[in-house]
Design a binder for this molecule. Structure first.
Ligand code: HEM
Length: 481
């Protein structure tokens, strides 16, 4: 209890310190109100997120104050920014000016050495190590493996069922793909133990950071404590396997083997074991919910939009026709799925899984005629540009032709579903691979209908369907009987 009082006091003191910093520039701060200390407008924003009305929430404030305004969010005085120029500023700003530091509660679960926490040289070094495995040239070899996980998933969780909850099932699928491809953990008891631990950690990251028995945050911390020794064992086993196999060893067998194998010019390991642990955790957390959200929205779209559904089926059946029954998908097959990826891109425009990015000012910053004082938080609602009529005409209309090769290109930094700049998502190619392979297997093996046509979703902050997007499914053979 004393600890909680102490932390709360510290938070108040810190909050007053950063607020005081703001008082040095009384006439240069952006318009808007900081509201009540600590709480500020956080509950209001959370309410808007839950109702998926966050855009309206921002829009109301933009109409009142303009594109730069201040608020008090999640314990910090915050400057909120919008628009392509703001996106460019945030995504390309030097880490010594704006840092990516997460609240201590998040780094307690994800670890202090995870890529999101790092800046400057350390960020570059860890990012280069991650992308040495996540780049297309390496991932291309794993299309059949991703496809095999998908086929096994459909056999286990979809065939023989009349109804399924799409969102939780697809989360299980993306978890299994990451386990197989990135961690090199095959199906079996270890994977089964890992899934609930990761789920608790993700819930902990998104929870109110109160560390009391039975809180979500506490479950996340306990899950990390249980997970770390398992990952230490896994790293040791992989290191031993690599040493035994020496020349024949394939360092790109999986992400962990790849990270263990990378050395600097002087022969020392590029990443410490602590860094490897924190970064495989963050890769799972970053890759698990995002792609599953995209696929869930796609399943909903294909049930509602017959013309897009028919065009996707046509494209996927052409690919299926060129293959023997049971033959695995290849990179060349995925590369032919141009229309399907345009539909997925338009879905990412309309329902981007990540809609907010937080940064922290490391020094007083002059931006747009205002001062962002040192220590203040900066919130970017990056995807507001996706719904800007001047950038994407009739933005609420779902129109995959926007992503055709010869369509007019939106200005730089306005389509930012995967972010941009040096922190742009390194998982794009994997996300694309999973999405296209799953769309292929789904539309060639099943038809489906929504059980609740208007099943709503809230943002938590990831979109979460009320009943997991409940659909009635029919295997394709059965429809032709
Ligand atoms: C549809 C799927 C995905 C979407 C929409 C998405 C979106 C994003 C966005 C917007 C960012 C930048 C956030 C910021 O700058 O504040 C990001 C970063 C990141 N993503 Fe993804 N992501 C997806 C899939 C994945 C996957 C599959 C992985 C892992 C294999 C992954 C790993 C990461 C990592 C490690 C970062 C941090 C990069 C850094 O700080 O340098 N993401 N993602």
């Amino acid at each position: 209890m004393e600890l909680i009082i102490f932390i709360t006091l510290l938070l108040f003191l810190f909050s007053f310190f950063v607020l005081f910093r703001g008082k040095i520039y009384p006439n240069r701060l952006p318009p808007g109100s900081l509201g009540l200390p600590v709480i500020g407008q956080s509950l209001d924003l959370l309410k808007a997120l839950k109702a998926d009305k966050v855009e309206n929430w921002f829009q109301e404030r933009i109409s009142k104050h303009g594109p730069i305004w201040k608020a008090n969010l999640f314990g910090y005085p915050t400057v909120v920014l919008h628009g392509p120029t703001a996106n460019k500023f945030i995504y390309t700003c030097d880490g010594n000016i704006l840092t990516n530091t997460q609240p201590p509660s998040i780094s307690r679960i994800l670890g202090l050495k995870n890529i999101i926490e790092l800046s400057g040289h350390d960020h570059k070094r860890v990012r280069a190590a991650l992308t040495s495995f996540l780049k297309l040239e390496v991932l291309k070899q794993y299309v059949a493996k991703v496809d095999e996980e998908i086929q096994h998933h459909l056999q286990t969780h979809w065939f023989g069922k009349h109804e399924v909850q799409v969102q939780p099932l697809i989360k299980t699928l993306t978890f299994n793909i990451i386990c197989s491809l990135l961690f090199g953990i095959e199906r079996g008891p270890i994977r089964d133990k890992l899934l609930p631990l990761f789920q608790h950690m993700i819930e902990g990251v998104l929870a109110i950071p109160i560390n009391l028995p039975f809180t979500q945050f506490n479950r996340g911390i306990i899950a990390r404590k249980k997970l770390v020794p398992m990952l230490i064992d896994l790293i040791r086993e992989k290191r031993e396997a690599l040493q035994e196999q020496k020349q024949q060893a394939n360092p790109h067998k999986d992400l962990i083997s790849s990270l263990i194998s990378i050395h600097d010019d002087d022969g020392s390991p590029t990443m410490s074991d602590e860094e490897i642990i924190d970064n495989i955790i963050v890769v799972m957390v970053a890759g698990y919910d995002t792609t599953s959200v995209l696929l869930t929205f796609l399943v909903r779209l294909l049930a509602n939009n017959k013309s897009i559904y028919s065009a996707i089926v046509h494209e996927q059946e052409e690919i299926a026709k060129s293959k023997a029954i049971g033959e695995a998908l290849t990179w060349e097959d995925l590369n032919k799925m141009k229309y399907s990826w345009r539909v997925a891109s338009e879905m990412l425009r309309i329902h981007p899984p990540v809609i907010l990015s937080f940064r922290r000012a490391m020094q007083d910053i002059e931006y747009g005629g205002f001062i962002i004082p040192k220590g203040w938080q900066v919130l970017l609602s990056q995807s507001m540009t996706h719904m800007n009529n001047d950038i994407f005409q009739d933005p609420t209309v779902f129109d995959p032709t926007r992503f055709e090769k010869h369509a007019p290109q939106p200005p730089p930094f306005s389509f930012v579903a995967f972010g941009a700049g040096p922190r742009m998502c390194p998982g794009i190619e994997l996300a694309k691979m999973e999405t296209l392979a799953m769309m292929h297997r789904l539309v060639t093996q099943f038809t489906w209908e929504l059980i609740k046509k208007d099943e709503y979703f809230k943002r938590n902050p990831m979109p979460e369907f009320d009943q997991g997007l409940l659909v009635q499914i029919t295997p394709i053979e059965a429809t032709f009987m």
